[in-house]
Design a binder for this molecule. Structure first.
Ligand code: C2E
Ligand code: MG
Ligand code: MG
Length: 711
C-alpha cells in the first residue's frame, strides 16, 4: 500500500560543468526510461533540486563555483533532500575524494569515464534500495501511528545482558521520555505496580523456562503517582541452537477497558441508588456462603428486611424524599450490620457484602459463621432498633420502622431461593405481629427468642427490685485443708422460676448492659456480708468477686471498690477481684493501669478460668496479680486424659516462678485433690469442699477468731 502518489517516470538530476558529460549521461538514462534535468554547478543543482525534487542526483565534484562536495552537503539539508540518493561522478579516482564525498552525504560513486551499462545499473540499484528504504520507513511510521492509536508499546528483553529495549510508545505509556528509560529489565519492573511486581517478574522469568507465550494484565505506575492498567504479551525468541535469545513483547494500555469493565460490573452487581450489592450479587454471595456452610457445617442466617409503610412516605412526600430516605436507611443499616462483626463474619472481610438492596424498600442481610441461630436475632434486633431514631431528610423529620424475617441455614432451607422465600414469609409474620419487629421462620427459634425477650424484661425488673442473692463457695488451702476464703457467685431469686444460675441470665445481662449493675451490687453486698461476719467474731477471710468486662473496662470500678471498702471498713486484702484472661487481654495497657490502681488500694487480684484464653503466663508477668485460677476443664480431665496433668503441672511451675499463687477450680474428687497437692498446687475450690451456699450457711463454716488464736 503506497500512501503517496508516485511519479510515473523517474527523474534524474545530472550536475556537471562539462556539457559533454551531461549529454552522455542523459542519453544513457533516457534510454532506460528516465527523465533528466541538468545543472552546470552546485548552485544550479540546489535550485533545480528544490524545483523538481528529482529521484536521484548524479553529481560531478570539481566544478566552477560551488563544488560537488558542498552541493551534496547542502542538498541534504533541503526539503526532500535527506534521503535522495546522490551518485558522485568523479574523474579523480582517488580515495581521499571518495571518502570526502561520502562524508558530505554521497550515497555512492562512479568514476569517469564510465561504462554506460555500469552507470545504468548503478542508478537502477540506487533507486531500488532507496525505494526499499522509503517503504521500510513508511511502514515503521505507520506501525508507530497504529501503536499510538492502539496504545501498544513493544519491547525486547535480552536475559543474558538484562537489556530491555522499550519502543517510543511504551515509554509514552510509562509517562517518560525514551532517553530517560534505563533500558534494563529492572527499569521496567520498577515501574510495575508493587502489588503486581512479583507476578510479572515470575511470568517473564518463567517464560525462559517453560517457553510458552505469556499473557497477563498488570498495572504500571506513572511518574505522577497515577497508574494505568496494561495487558502484557510476551514470546520467547530462540537461537538456532534452541537457546533463549530474547523475549519480545507488547504492553498495551487497557485502562479504558478496565474502567468500562468496572463500570459494567458496578451496573450489573450494585444498586445505583444506595451503592449496595443488588439481588444478583447478593444471591451469588449467599451461594458461596452456602458452599462454605455445607462444607464446614456452619450456621448462616438470611435476614429479609422490609420498611414499614414506606409506600405512604413515598406517595405523600414524593419519590425524591423517598430516594433520599432509602439512602439514609441503607447507611444506617450498613452501620448496624458492621457492628455485628463480633457475632459473625461477613463472607469477604473488608467488603460489606452482607447487606444488599433487593429493590424498592427491601433489603437483605447475610450472616455467616453463626455460633448460635439466636445471634441472628440479636443482629435483627439491633437493625430494628437502629431505625428507631428519626431521619432528617431535606429539613424534615421522618420516622420509619422495619420488619425483619430470619431464615436459618440449614434448618429453614438449603438453597438461596428457599432461604429467601422463608425469610420473606417470616418478614410477613413480623408485619402481622404489628411491624417494627423481627421473626424467625422457625417457631422454635421464635419461642426461644421470645423467652429471651421476656427474660430481658424480667431482668430489668430484677435489678430494680434487687432479686439477686450472693452464694459463697469455699476455697481451701490444699496443704492444711483450712478454709481460706470463698468465691461470691450470684444467683437470681426469680419470683416464679425459683433460683436461676448465672449461666442462664448473665449473657442476657451482658447484652442489655445490666451486667455492670449486677456486679456492683454483688461487690457491695459481699463487702457488707464480710463486715457482718467479722462483727460476729468470724475469722476474716478473702472473698473473690467476679468482674465482668463492662465493669472492668468502664470507669466506675475504682470508685465502687473504694466506696464499698470505706463504708464497711473492711481490710482491702479481704477482697479479691477475679477477671478472665480475655477481659484482661482486651486492652492490655489499660488493664495494667487499672490493675495497678486496684493493687495500690490493697485489693487482691486473680485471673479466672486460666488456660481457656489465648494468653501465655509470660504475659501475666506484666500484670500485677496475685493468683491464677486454673480452669475447671483441666481439673476435670486431670485423671483421665493424658495431656491435662502435664499442662496443670506446667501452669503451677510457671506461676510459682512468677511468684503467683495457684488455685484449682472444680475439684470434685479426692484423687484430684491428692494429685494437685502432689503437684504443688496451693489452693482449691470445688464440690469436694463445698457447693456454693447462701451467706448464712457459709458463715457457719467459718471458724471464730478466738478459736484460731487458741489453735
Ligand atoms: P466461675 O467464676 O468460674 O465460677 C465457678 C463456677 O463453677 C460456678 O458456677 C460454680 O458453681 C461452679 N463450680 C464450682 N465448683 C465446681 C465443681 O466442683 N464442679 C463443677 N462442675 N462446677 C463447679 P456458677 O455459680 O454457675 O457461675 C458460673 C459463672 O458465672 C462463673 O464462673 C462466673 O464466670 C460467672 N459469675 C458468677 N457470679 C458472677 C458475678 O457476680 N458476676 C459476674 N460478672 N460473673 C459471675
Ligand atoms: Mg470466678
Ligand atoms: Mg472460674
Amino acid at each position: 500500500m503506497e500512501l503517496l502518489e508516485e511519479r510515473k517516470c523517474r527523474l534524474a538530476l545530472v550536475v556537471d560543468d562539462e556539457p559533454f558529460i551531461r549529454v552522455l549521461v542523459r542519453e544513457v538514462l533516457e534510454q532506460s526510461g528516465y527523465q533528466v534535468c541538468e545543472a552546470e554547478n552546485g548552485e544550479q543543482a540546489l535550485e533545480r533540486f528544490a524545483e523538481y525534487r528529482p529521484d536521484i542526483v548524479l553529481m560531478d565534484i570539481v566544478m566552477p563555483g560551488m563544488d560537488g562536495f558542498t552541493a551534496a552537503s547542502k542538498l541534504r539539508g533541503l526539503v526532500g533532500g535527506s534521503r535522495v540518493p546522490i551518485l558522485v561522478m568523479t574523474g579523480l579516482d582517488d580515495n581521499e575524494s571518495i571518502a570526502k564525498a561520502y562524508e558530505q552525504g554521497a550515497t555512492d560513486f562512479i568514476t569517469k569515464p564510465f561504462n554506460p551499462m555500469i552507470l545504468d545499473h548503478r542508478v537502477r540499484y540506487l533507486l531500488r534500495s532507496t525505494r526499499m528504504l522509503d517503504a521500510l520507513l513508511k511502514s515503521e511510521a505507520r506501525l508507530g501511528i497504529a501503536q499510538r492509536i492502539a496504545k501498544i508499546g513493544n519491547w525486547e528483553w535480552r536475559p543474558d545482558t538484562n537489556q530491555f529495549a522499550a519502543s517510543a510508545e511504551l515509554c509514552r505509556l510509562m509517562g517518560i521520555r525514551q532517553q530517560d528509560f534505563s533500558s534494563t529489565f529492572d527499569g521496567y519492573i520498577q515501574r510495575v505496580h508493587a502489588e503486581d511486581r512479583t507476578q510479572v517478574e515470575e511470568a517473564l522469568k518463567g517464560l525462559l523456562i517453560n517457553q510458552v507465550p505469556c499473557v497477563l494484565d498488570h498495572r504500571l505506575v506513572l511518574p505522577n503517582g497515577g497508574s494505568i492498567s496494561v495487558n502484557l504479551q510476551a514470546e520467547l525468541i530462540l537461537d538456532d541452537q534452541m537457546k533463549a535469545l530474547s523475549v519480545i513483547g507488547t504492553t498495551q494500555d487497557i485502562s479504558d477497558r478496565k474502567q468500562s469493565e468496572r463500570e459494567i460490573h458496578r451496573l450489573a452487581y450494585y444498586d445505583s441508588l444506595t451503592g449496595l450489592p443488588n439481588r444478583v450479587l447478593f444471591k451469588d454471595r449467599v451461594e458461596q456462603a452456602l458452599l462454605h456452610g455445607r462444607r464446614y457445617r456452619t450456621t448462616l442466617a438470611l435476614l429479609f428486611l422490609d420498611l414499614d409503610r414506606f409506600k405512604v412516605i413515598n406517595d405523600t412526600l414524593g419519590h425524591n424524599v423517598g430516594d433520599l430516605l432509602l439512602k439514609s436507611v441503607a447507611d444506617r443499616l450498613a452501620e448496624s450490620v458492621r457492628h455485628s462483626d463480633s457475632i459473625c463474619r461477613s463472607v469477604d472481610k473488608g467488603e460489606n457484602h452482607s447487606l444488599a438492596r433487593l429493590g424498592g424498600d427491601e433489603f437483605t442481610v447475610l450472616l455467616t459463621n453463626l455460633q448460635d441461630a439466636q445471634d441472628a436475632g440479636k443482629v435483627a434486633r439491633r437493625i430494628v432498633e437502629s431505625l428507631q431514631k428519626s431521619f432528617l431528610i431535606e429539613g424534615r423529620e421522618i420516622f420509619v420502622t422495619v420488619s425483619v424475617g430470619i431464615a436459618i441455614f440449614p434448618v429453614d432451607g438449603e438453597s438461596v431461593d428457599a432461604l429467601l422465600k422463608n425469610a420473606d414469609s417470616a418478614m410477613y409474620h413480623a408485619k402481622e405481629q404489628g411491624r417494627n419487629n423481627f421473626q424467625f421462620y422457625s417457631n422454635s427459634l421464635n419461642a426461644t427468642a421470645n423467652e429471651r425477650l421476656v427474660l430481658e424484661g424480667e431482668l430489668r425488673h430484677a435489678v430494680d427490685r434487687e432479686e439477686f442473692v450472693v452464694y459463697y463457695q469455699p476455697q481451701i488451702d490444699l496443704k492444711t485443708g483450712a478454709i481460706i476464703g470463698a468465691e461470691a457467685l450470684v444467683r437470681w431469686q426469680h419470683p416464679k422460676r425459683g433460683l436461676i444460675h448465672p449461666g442462664e441470665f448473665l449473657p442476657a445481662a451482658v447484652d442489655t448492659g445490666l451486667s455492670r449493675t449486677i456486679d456492683e451490687w454483688v461487690l457491695k453486698t459481699a463487702c457488707r456480708h464480710i463486715q457482718a461476719w467479722q462483727q460476729r467474731g468470724k475469722m476474716p477471710v478473702r472473698i473473690s468477686i467476679n468482674i465482668s468486662n463492662s465493669l472492668f473496662h468502664g470507669n466506675t470500678l475504682l470508685s465502687v471498690v473504694e466506696k464499698s471498702l470505706r463504708q464497711t471498713g473492711l481490710t482491702p486484702a479481704c477482697l479479691e477481684l477475679e477477671l478472665t484472661e480475655s477481659i484482661a487481654m482486651r486492652n492490655v495497657e489499660a488493664s495494667i493501669i487499672m490493675l495497678t490502681a486496684l493493687k495500690s488500694m490493697g485489693v487482691q487480684l486473680s485471673i479466672d478460668d486460666f488456660g481457656t484464653g489465648y494468653s501465655s503466663l509470660s504475659y501475666l508477668q506484666r500484670l500485677p496479680i496475685d493468683t491464677v485460677k486454673i480452669d475447671q476443664s483441666f481439673i476435670h480431665e486431670i485423671l483421665t486424659e493424658t495431656h491435662p496433668a502435664p499442662i496443670v503441672r506446667a501452669i503451677i511451675a510457671m506461676a510459682h516462678s512468677l511468684d503467683l499463687l495457684v488455685l484449682a477450680e472444680g475439684v470434685e474428687q479426692e484423687a484430684q485433690r491428692v494429685l494437685l497437692l502432689a503437684q504443688g498446687c496451693d489452693q482449691a475450690q470445688g464440690y469436694l469442699f463445698g457447693q456454693p451456699m447462701p451467706a448464712d450457711i457459709f458463715a457457719q463454716s467459718l471458724p471464730a477468731v478466738s478459736l484460731r488464736k487458741a489453735g
